[in-house]
Design a protein around this ligand. Sequence first.
Ligand SMILES: [Zn+2]
Length: 375
Amino acid sequence: MKKIKQVLRLPLVLLIFSMAVGCPGTGQTTDADEGVAKLRREIILRFTRQGRLTPEVRAKLVTFTTSDQLRSYAQQQDNAYLDRLPVDGRLCMKMLKAVVDIGPRFSGSEGMAKQQDMLERYFAKTGAEVSYQRFKARNPLSKQGVETVDMANMIVRWHPKRTRRILLCAHYDTRPFPDNDPDPNKRRGIFVGANDGGSGVAVLCALAEKMVDFDSDYGVDMVLFDGEELVYNSRRDPFFLGSTHFAREYAATRPTYRYAAGILLDMVADADLQIFQEINSRRMAPEVVQQVWATAKRIGVSELRPNARHEVRDDHLPLNEIAKIPTIDLIDFDYPSPQKRESYWHTTADTVDKCSAISMAHVGWVVWEWLKGLQ
Ligand SMILES: [Zn+2]
C-alpha cells in the first residue's frame, strides 16, 4: 500500500503509559539492575495496550527482581491469555511462520506458487470451496512492455449458496525488494514480508477454522489479492492489480450474490499493535468503521484506537470505488510504533519476531464478533 498522509500525533499512548507505570523513581529500589525496571515497564505497557493489565498482574510484576522472573511470568500470562481467546493466536503465528518460511512471495514468483499450493490445501481441508481468479499483468520490468506476469487472486468461499455475502480480504503477494531499508546496500536484498504480506493471510487462516459452523444469513468470501505491490518504482508501477481486477469483474458480471461489506486486513501482526481509523475507510465506508470499532470496544480490544491517523491507499480503494463494496482497511501503519522514528515497513526487518500471536488473535476476534453481530 501507499501512505498518503497522517494526522497529528496524539499523546494518548504516553498518557496511558504514565498512568499505568506511575511516576518514575517511586517504589522499586530492589531491582537487580536498570534492565529489570525497563523490562517491567515494557511488559506493563504491552499488557496495558492489550487491555489486560489487572491490578493483580501489576502487583505481581512489581514483586519480581530479575529479568528472568519477569520474562517467565509474562510468558506464562501470555500462554494463559492465548488459551482464553476465541480466535487461535498460536494458529495465526504458525501460519505466519509457514508463509514467511517460504521466502519472498511476490507476484509470479516460485514462492507465490508454493504459498498458493499450501494455502489451497489448508483452506480446502477446513471445508472451503477454493478457486482462483487468474489474469495477466504487464511485467513492470519488461523493457518493451510486452512481457506479462501470471496473476491469481485466491477466492475461498464459505456457504456459497448464501446470496448475502461478506468479503474478508488481504494481499498475499510481497514487495519484490525491501526498498525502504535504512541500509542502501540491502534495498535489493530479500524481503519476506511477515507483517506486510503474511499477517492478513495468517488471521484469515485462523478465522477459517470457525467458518463451517458460522450460523448466519451471510456467507463469507475470503479473497487473497495478488499484485498488491508488484512495484519496483512507486512512481511508475501500478499498485492493487488483484483487487482492481476483482472489483472490475464483480462490477461487470453482476453475480447473483452481493457483498454487503468488506474488511481488508493489512499489517495486523505488529507486536506493538495500534490500529487507528484509516481516513479513506471513514470516508467511503463509515458504517463499517463504526460497527467494527464499536465491536472492538464492546469486547475490550483496545488496540483499535477511536481516532484517525493515516490516509492509506490500499486494496480497499478499488473495492469501494469500482465494486461499490463498502470496505474498510484495518491497518497498523506505525510499524513498530508511532513513538518510534524507525519503521520496519518495506525493510529487511519485517520479520516474524516483530509480530505477535496476541495481536493477530485480537484482530481476528474483532472480525469474528463483527461477523456474528451482522443483521
Ligand atoms: Zn507493502
